[in-house]
Design a binder for this molecule. Structure first.
Ligand SMILES: [Zn+2]
Length: 86
């Protein structure tokens, strides 16, 4: 049963993000190609840019897809860190 992942090739999911060099906040890998997925406020009033590498993004997108299937919601890649759709 591979119908789920076949619907969204990894390359298409990753193409939904803009890439730059940086450190992944999730797996702590440094000097990777990372996508900026969110900016959060830090306690001291600064902002922190959350950057995520491709491996972590694909894992997270897979979880989003599973949630969408479970709830019957539409799945759109490229929205990690954004407010929930629908
Ligand atoms: Zn990572």
């Amino acid at each position: 049963m591979t119908d789920r992942s076949d619907a969204w090739p990894p390359g298409e999911i990753l193409a939904a993000y803009d890439w730059q060099d940086g450190d992944c906040f999730r797996c702590r890998d440094a000097d990777r190609s990372v996508a900026h997925i969110a900016t959060v406020a830090a306690p001291i009033g600064a902002t922190v840019r959350l950057l995520m590498c491709g491996s972590c993004i694909l894992r997270e997108e897979e979880a989003r897809l599973s949630r969408a299937i479970a709830t019957g919601a539409a799945y759109v890649p490229g929205r990690i860190g954004r407010p929930a759709e629908g």
